[in-house]
Design a protein around this ligand. Structure first.
Ligand code: ADP
Ligand code: MG
Length: 750
């Protein structure tokens, strides 16, 4: 395009903080300085108050008014010393992002004196204000859960996540109170309530099993741990502002890289462009202050694509931190005249973005239950927990598919970057062999692969039945990057999660499914043990063998992108769900509902129904917005540009003829152009018609899934064919006439 971007550099370099003596402060000193941590709290509060808070936090008692008042006072003073003028209950509605409403600490107190009313300004923040507030809930999706007469939602302080201050405008700051968002009746309206519930349920299920497996270790709590690898694109903000599709839908609806540019897919681990680097390091400084442990940053496969990953944390905190990081990066990028794209597939033909969710279980002693090298003598424990995850995956694959389904992630799932419909688990050669050997009750094969040399069984014949389990080394072999759910040494990595979505729901669903599997396994182990005080190795192996057999079909080590796998998966009876609207009904299918409600108690039926509607409505809305945006771009920008170019060619040809030159090349280009314009116009008409049809039928039925399916079947294919026609035109129309920045400009100007 003939649009020259004023690519500007960093506007404002934030300097790395120094000590009074001019030397740099260490990251470890800055870490968490804007967080009202337990340590800060302990210092700021009287001992009995702090003790009573801790009890409440561990779920042993409710927070009383006295404690709440003391904490609110302490945190207000702490925050105001850091420039805070406002506080906000920060929560996670079912929109994938966070929401906040700010209230000032300032209040007025009226005194009535004989001389008249006297107003005194004071700074105030009561325990009641800390505990709960009532945002205007009507604008957040509720899926019909809030009827209008009680359109109330409450945000309530989540004491498991620390409060923090964030920079506001003009040197002020804001106190953030991490919160849950629930309805008048106590139903979850947000992503966090259910995640917290699922953490609890999983903790109880895991400790129950551990109490049988190793009663002497008295583990009282198990945590879900989560590390999110966040991928994203960065583009120049001026370029971005010229692309209505990016601005409105988050992805380009037209455009593609010219074929000769395919070699651009070679940026992995390359140099990070300096402007992006400046933004990232500014972000990291903010993160440090907020106690978000960002660990790695690097280029991704595609040009303009990057990744940030933190050190893993307890899951609900990790989710808070992921959402906060996304938000902060967005703000920081703005200051550097960049725009972050979190969409899963902003550019056609170019690698999309995911959010790998690394997931494991940790005991209150910090032992990772999925690490085979932690106390190898407990390998029974390791294998049993591993099987619980496989069982969860096998039983509830369709549900996990629901949890990652959105209009945007479909582009990635369907684009062979993560297998479309089929959820399977990759374990690696060694673990597979261990499971196979146990199943077949045969000696473990000798691994001659160098990576496995640390296995203690090398060369010896091992009778599993007699000798117990082998030592299992951490598998360091090349991982199968095509698997949606891979075991990576000491954790599972759920790779199909979308970059844009909150990790909360996928993790919640996984937690629930694993809890249900643990219940099942625990019951079997109890039955197997009978009246003995504890299970023998034989008992454990019997249960292990049963679950190896039951979960065999969900294990897949091959190429998940291959046609052969689609057939094989069908033979194995694994669900292959092609699209989001086809996935959503599984959320309310009997089997999954039973697990999510009765078996684990994490959701109520009405919460599931409302979520189901929200997902469907979101999908339909996304597609309609895409169709509307595309039709505006085609009708008002691209077709007029093509007409103009055509006109100029025709005029040139006529002018040349008057001076005796036959306009050969112009005529040729005209002839090439004309059918392409006609084709685009024809597709454009189809789009307008499909959109109209969809909007008209919207009111015919109450079934939100029917609308979503209609959008998927009637609009999505037309969006694709319009794009194809527009892209064919882009190659022919002179650059000077093309109204939008092209891929090369978008991707190579940072
Ligand atoms: P990989 O190269 O396998 O992706 P990394 O060590 O880079 O492994 O880890 C990727 C992410 O996984 C990081 O966010 C890391 O903190 C996280 N992670 C590591 N161990 C665990 C665990 N036990 N539970 C949850 N996440 C973990
Ligand atoms: Mg990884």
């Amino acid at each position: 395009a003939a649009l020259v971007s004023a690519v500007s550099g960093t506007k404002r370099e934030i300097q790395y903080p120094l000590k009074a003596d001019g030397k740099a402060r260490y990251p470890s000193e800055i870490y968490g300085e804007n967080v009202f941590t337990l340590k800060t709290m302990a210092k700021a509060l009287p001992k009995p108050i702090f003790a009573s808070f801790l009890k409440q936090r561990r779920g042993r008692q409710n927070l009383d008014k006295n404690t709440a008042d003391s904490i609110s006072h302490a945190v207000r003073v702490w925050a105001m010393d850091r420039g805070a003028t406002h506080y906000t209950h920060w929560f996670q509605p079912q929109t994938g992002t966070t929401a906040e409403k700010h209230d000032a600490f300032l209040s007025l107190v009226s005194n009535f004196t004989p001389g008249g009313e006297e107003v005194t300004p004071i700074d105030q923040f009561s325990g009641g204000q800390l505990l709960q507030s009532e945002p205007d809930a009507s604008s957040f999706p509720s899926g019909g859960m809030r009827t209008t007469f009680e359109a109330r939602g409450y945000t309530i302080w989540d004491t498991s996540s620390s409060m923090f201050v964030q920079q506001g405008p003009n040197g002020t700051s804001i106190l953030y109170i991490p919160s849950v968002f629930i309805s008048y009746n106590g139903d979850a309206l947000d992503e966090k309530t259910v995640l917290l519930r699922s953490n609890d349920v999983l903790s109880r299920a895991a400790t129950d099993l551990l109490s049988i497996l190793e009663p002497e270790s008295h583990i009282s709590h198990v945590y879900t741990t989560l590390g999110t690898e966040q991928e994203f694109f960065m583009v120049d903000r001026n370029m971005y502002s010229l692309r209505p599709d990016l601005k409105i839908t988050g992805r380009t609806l037209v455009g593609q890289l010219p074929p000769r540019h395919q070699q651009l897919e070679d940026h992995y681990f390359g140099r990070i462009p300096s402007r992006v680097m400046a933004a990232m390091s500014e972000l990291e400084l903010e993160c440090l202050r907020l106690g978000i442990p960002i660990k790695t940053r690097h280029n991704e496969v595609a040009p303009g694509q990057f990744e940030l990953a933190p050190i893993f944390e307890e899951a609900s905190v990790a989710v808070d931190h992921n959402l906060l990081t996304m938000d902060l990066l967005h703000k920081v990028a703005h200051r550097h005249n960049l725009r972050v794209l979190y969409h899963e597939k902003p550019f056609k033909g170019i690698n999309g973005s995911g959010k790998h969710c690394n997931w494991a279980l940790s005991t209150d002693r910090g032992e990772n239950l999925l690490d085979p090298t932690v106390r190898p003598e407990t390998n029974f424990r390791f294998i049993i927990f591993l099987l619980a995850v496989l069982r969860a995956l096998h039983e509830h694959a369709a549900l996990l598919r629901v949890a990652i389904s959105s209009s945007s992630n479909e582009h990635r799932l369907g684009a062979q970057e993560a297998p479309p419909g089929i959820i399977s688990a990759f374990l690696g050669d060694q673990l597979n062999e261990v499971l196979d050997a146990i199943e077949e009750n045969r000696p473990l094969k000798n691994f001659s692969v160098p990576q496995f040399q640390s296995i203690k069984v090398g060369g010896t014949v091992l009778d599993v039945k007699v000798s117990g389990l082998p030592h299992i080394a951490r598998d360091l072999t090349d991982r199968n990057r095509t698997s949606p759910f891979a075991f990576t040494g000491n954790k599972f990595e759920f790779r199909a999660v979308g970059s844009k979505q909150s990790p909360s729901f996928p993790v919640t669903v996984l937690n629930c499914a694993v809890s249900a599997a643990l219940h099942e396994i625990t019951a079997d182990l109890r039955a197997q043990t009978g009246s003995k005080p504890r299970p023998s190795d034989e008992d454990k192996l019997a249960v292990i063998r049963k679950y190896i057999k039951l979960t065999k079909h969900v294990r897949f080590e091959g190429d998940n992108y291959s046609e052969a796998w689609v057939k094989e998966a069908e033979r194995r009876g694994l669900p292959n769900i092609a699209s989001a609207p086809e996935a959503y009904p599984h959320l309310i299918a009997a089997k999954h509902v039973k697990m999510l409600t009765k078996e684990t108690g994490v959701f109520s039926e009405s919460e599931l129904k409302s979520r189901y509607h929200i997902l469907n409505e979101r999908y339909t809305k996304d597609i309609i917005i895409e169709a509307e945006t595309l039709s505006t771009i085609i009708g008002q920008q691209i077709l007029p540009a093509a007409f103009e170019y055509r006109k100029s060619l025709a005029e040139t040809a006529v002018a040349l003829k008057t001076v005796g030159i036959e306009g050969g090349p112009e005529i040729e280009t005209l002839e090439e152009l004309t059918p392409l314009v006609a084709a685009l116009q024809a597709e454009f008409r189809k789009l307008v018609k499909a959109l109209k049809g969809c909007l008209e039928h919207e009111h015919e039925t109450e079934d939100s899934n029917k609308h979503a399916l209609a959008a998927y079947n009637d609009i999505v294919p037309v969006i694709a064919s319009v794009r194809e026609a527009a892209d064919a035109l882009e190659v022919v129309v002179a650059d000077k006439y093309w109204p939008l920045p092209k891929y090369t400009e978008l991707l190579l100007t940072i």
